[in-house]
Design a protein around this ligand. Structure first.
Ligand code: C2O
Ligand code: CU
Ligand code: CU
Length: 490
């Protein structure tokens, strides 16, 4: 297409003030901004983006060269950008082995092009772009390489949702800092792994919560309705959010766009990479300070409880601005139509385990389907076909499983006997199948697979053939082999 908007977006290192009491922090970002600038497009509007690596030679964070794809012979500062949730051709998807260094001097084995096409012919929603280079995604994202991307629907104005300055984006991430303000990321687990330093860690939980690159910020709001597009852009941390005033969220959307109807809920759980589109009504709270709190244990769900004075708080709303005009926005009864995919149309069911094992250094790590990234590809859905993937979680925490290219629907979750499965390879269910939560009944690109449960998802593999990854979105897991390619074939 001629005349499609074309952007060059540079990844750079710079200093940024993340909190008034913190010295400046050296971060990575895009065009001088961490998080990267919000890219906003309309549905069906093709844009072209040249992601450019303008980063220094030295990485900000400790690289473990024993991790797949990050070996001592690979350049340290490699990046490739993936637009999470996007429907794009494989060459524009940011394949983990399609990385490149500064000025494309060195490129990964699957690098094919510099300029990516984003056709945006999909359900309008909140996406986010982030670094995805094999073996160092956790470090590149932690350094700051992530930003929001919104596909707007021009027709959405008829819904009369809060918009303009009453529509805000909240990208939530956790970070730890050294006293000098620099980012802290552990050099390895405690106790250390003999013979490996730096070493990948099983998960990362920072003790500061940042929203849009600010530590525990506040936002001044008017006593009226606001729409917030919330992204969990953290490495490992889940957030179970509530509003301190006791009022509910009116959740209108999820990963893949609007729900059929708003869901009124006092609690929203977001695993890494999940999104929630919500309306909060401040009209009865004039003059008050309201906090979005978090009580998700880490790791989720059986890990440490939050420290209420730190990770327990996300941000504050000060309902201090005067109402600038009558709030004519509404919370519509009906938002969109979601056509359920039918089980009778399923061509193939795949049983896929999530299992904890030990790598050659004795470190626990997690595998999908018992396989590693470089193993032969066994998942080859036919273009246009519908499949059900049965995610069998044999491990002891929740893993947010993300599939590139496709959106899926969650069929159900069902508890099963983990030990029996490990002995026999057979599923013995121990309770009824449970439908997804009300706020999961729409299009998803990331699903929480809980321990001791099988989670069934259904999807149609469209519209492109080729190689795409699927993986756990806990970035420490993704980097340590909890990621596999799959190939859509004709
Ligand atoms: Cu959000 Cu494979 O990524
Ligand atoms: Cu993705
Ligand atoms: Cu995981």
């Amino acid at each position: 297409m001629k005349g499609a908007p074309y952007y060059e977006i540079r990844m750079q290192q710079f200093k940024q003030k993340l909190h008034r009491d913190l010295p400046e922090t050296t971060v990575w970002g895009f065009e001088g901004s961490y998080p990267g600038p919000t890219i906003e497009v309309n549905k069906n509007e093709l844009i072209k983006v040249k992601w450019m690596n303008d980063l220094p030679k030295k990485h900000l964070l400790p690289i473990d060269t024993t991790v797949h794809g990050a070996g001592p012979n690979t350049p340290r500062v490699r990046t490739v950008i993936h637009l999470h949730g996007s429907v794009v051709r494989p060459e524009s998807d940011g394949y983990p082995d399609a990385w490149f260094t500064k000025d494309y001097k060195e490129v990964g084995p699957d690098f094919t092009r510099k300029v990516y096409d984003y056709p945006n012919q999909q359900r309008p929603t909140t996406l986010w772009y982030h670094a995805h280079a094999i073996g160092i995604t956790r470090l590149n994202v932690y350094a700051g390489l992530a930003g929001p991307y919104i596909i707007h629907d021009p027709l959405e104005k008829y819904l009369n949702l809060p918009s303009g300055s009453y529509e805000r984006l909240l990208l939530i991430q956790d970070r730890s800092f050294n006293d000098d303000g620099s980012l802290y990321y552990p050099i390895g687990p405690e106790p250390p792994v003999p013979g490996v330093c730096p070493s990948v860690i099983p998960d990362f939980f920072g003790d500061n919560i940042l929203v849009n690159g600010k530590v525990w910020p506040y936002l001044e709001v008017e006593p009226r309705k606001y729409r917030f597009r919330i992204i969990n852009g953290s490495n490992s941390r889940f957030y179970r959010m509530s509003i301190s005033s006791g009022q509910p969220f009116y959740q209108i959307g999820i990963d893949g766009g609007l729900l059929e109807r708003p869901v009124v809920t006092k609690e929203i759980l977001l695993a890494p990479a999940e999104r929630a589109d919500v309306i909060i009504d401040f009209s009865k709270f004039k003059g008050q300070n309201i906090v979005i709190t978090n009580d998700a244990p880490s790791p989720f769900p059986r890990g440490n409880p939050v420290d209420e004075s730190t990770e327990g708080q996300i941000m504050q709303f000060k309902v201090s601005l005067p109402l600038s005009g009558y709030d004519s926005s509404v919370i519509p009864y009906s938002l969109s139509t979601i056509m359920p995919l039918q089980e009778k149309d399923v061509r193939l069911i795949r049983d896929l385990t999530l299992v904890r094992e030990e790598d050659q250094y004795g470190r626990a790590f997690l595998l999908l389907d018992g396989k590693r990234w470089d193993d032969p590809i066994t998942i080859k859905p036919k273009l246009g076909s519908i499949e059900v993937w049965t995610l069998i979680n044999l491990a002891n925490s929740t893993h947010p499983i993300h599939i590139h290219l496709v959106n899926f629907q969650i069929l159900d979750r069902q508890p099963f006997d983990v030990d029996y499965y490990k002995e026999t390879g057979r599923i013995l269910t121990t309770g009824p199948a449970v439908l997804p939560e009300l706020n999961e009944r729409g299009w998803k690109d990331t699903v929480r697979a809980n321990p001791g449960e099988i989670t069934r998802i259904i999807m149609r593999f469209l519209p492109y053939a080729g190689l795409y990854p699927w993986h756990c979105h806990i970035l420490e897991h993704e980097d340590h082999e909890m990621m596999l390619p799959y190939e859509i074939v004709y």
